[in-house]
Design a protein around this ligand. Sequence first.
Ligand code: SF4
Length: 295
Amino acid sequence: MKCTLCPRACGVDRAVTRGFCGAGEGLRAARAALHFGEEPCISGVRGSGTVFFSGCHLRCVFCQNSEISAGNHGWETTPEKLSARLLALQDAGAHNINFVTATHYYPAIRQTLALAGDRLRIPCISNTGGYEREETVAEYADLFPIWMPDLKFCSSFLSARYLSAPDYFEKASRAILCMRQLSGPPVYNNEGILTSGVLLRHLVMPGARADSLAIVDWLGANFGPEDIVISLMSQYLPLGRASEYPEINRRVTTYEYRTVENALAEKGFRTVYTQSRQSATAEYVPAWNGEGIRP
Ligand code: SF4
């Protein structure tokens, strides 16, 4: 079958060859374990059952997970094994199942969740870089009551330079509006954990303050105060291939982050998570040791 799951629309048969994401036909992941590094309404006190998949259809040059995204590091698994692992994570107390960079595996995730069936009672999340096809979001929306997209860049120059995707904003903005339409406004359980809705993340980048402000304006123009949850991140670190791009080979300054934070505050969104600059530490990058995946 020719793969057109994401906007790259490679059209390749992944049983035979690889497209931009580097993924083959089967599931491949580097870790499936409780994770405490997400926003409080996702990680809660018991953790988010997080599956970090190998390969990526975006491959940002500054990716902090480049070993598994661009490097495709990981271990093969199957829908049977993964569904058993998801149930084990639920038994361990996970508030949700958090599929990270899962777009290229959506069909196999459908098989995985079908095998788990009603036994899996916690909600599932698609935790995505935002570069999605609207049609794919609509097709798989029944699997994911929660969408956790990034909105990385507004400028096509920046998204071409760092993501090899000049159409990033065009595609991501439309996909995010579709996610919101399909999932509805944020709903929480009695533990304050998100059970449905959109949590949108924006990472403030060095030297891209004006672009962040354009994204803030877009958010203000397209969403009401209670429509979505927003997470404004300051945790950028010059990892991956960032050293090849001098303008992003540094951390974000307090001034850059505060400017965006203040502009966002003026939009009046009800739930906005912000970060301190101390969050910019590699400690947030999990060990890619195959926990929960490796035979
Ligand atoms: S999921 Fe992978 S193979 Fe499919 S269109 Fe996207 S990049 Fe290409």
